[in-house]
Design a protein around this ligand. Structure first.
Ligand SMILES: Cc1cc2nc3c(=O)[nH]c(=O)nc-3n(C[C@H](O)[C@H](O)[C@H](O)COP(=O)(O)OP(=O)(O)OC[C@H]3O[C@@H](n4cnc5c(N)ncnc54)[C@H](O)[C@@H]3O)c2cc1C
Length: 197
């Protein structure tokens, strides 16, 4: 697509819950004709081409989610060591330790799944659809859980803009939605393992 094509228009700038440093606009196509010279791949190959592109871009969203989870874990761990209640750091309470342990497990598992999917793509594996969808879906759910738990560990401060964890929670949400929602990833996974035809 090129900006001058008749029928092509750029929509309004969206006001978003998170990833506000990344501008988002809709692109409107109304009876828009694209010349053959601009076509990617051969005629009729577009759908397969688009699906292959998703195999590569889904682990990238997974990597974004792993980064958010790591940041949330780091912030929560540092705060839990520093914040004192009932005469001791909140990190000394088993209830907080178990939350941090679960957060660390989710972040670590997500990282390994993203690396595995990325390695398959780097090695030009015949298909990486299953691993890509699993990595994106798991890492996004992990980021949402870890960021939400980080807000909890910060207590009331977690809900304010004084600390970074509320932003991480808002930013985590998009990873469950774009590049195919996590419902769509589960449809792909079910199909790839042979549960649906
Ligand atoms: C910040 C942002 C950036 C984006 N960037 C891009 C971009 O660069 N390029 C691009 O092409 N798109 C982009 N998108 C679009 C994004 O990929 C879609 O919004 C997303 O894939 C979901 O599609 P939808 O909004 O049409 O939801 P819908 O398809 O309307 O889904 C609504 C709900 O129904 C569920 N659902 C739908 N179908 C099924 C089903 N069969 N079974 C079970 N549940 C189902 C969904 O999971 C979701 O919960 C962006 C969106 C956002 C918010």
């Amino acid at each position: 697509m090129e900006p001058g094509f008749p029928g092509f228009a750029v929509g309004k700038l969206e006001r978003k819950m998170g990833i506000r440093g990344s501008p988002t606009v809709a692109l409107h196509l109304t009876d828009c004709e694209v010349p053959v010279a601009n076509r990617l791949g051969g005629e009729g190959e577009g759908f397969a081409l688009a699906l292959r592109a998703l195999d590569g871009s889904r682990p990238a969203v997974g990597a974004q989610a792993v980064g958010i989870a790591q940041a949330a874990l780091d912030a929560a761990l540092a705060y839990a060591r520093e914040r004192h209640q009932f005469g001791q750091p909140i990190a000394s309470f088993q209830g907080i330790q178990f939350m941090l342990a679960d957060m660390a497990m989710h972040e670590h598992a997500a990282r390994l799944m993203v690396r595995h999917a990325a390695a398959r793509i780097d090695r030009s594996a015949a298909s990486a659809a299953l691993e890509s969808s699993m990595a994106k879906c798991f890492a996004a759910d992990a980021a949402m859980k870890v960021a939400t738990d980080a807000v909890q560990i910060f207590g009331g401060y977690g809900y304010t803009r004084e600390y970074p964890v509320e932003r991480l929670m808002r930013d985590a949400k998009i990873t469950q939605i774009y590049e195919g929602t996590n419902q769509i990833q589960r449809i792909v996974i079910a199909r790839e393992i042979g549960a649906a035809h």
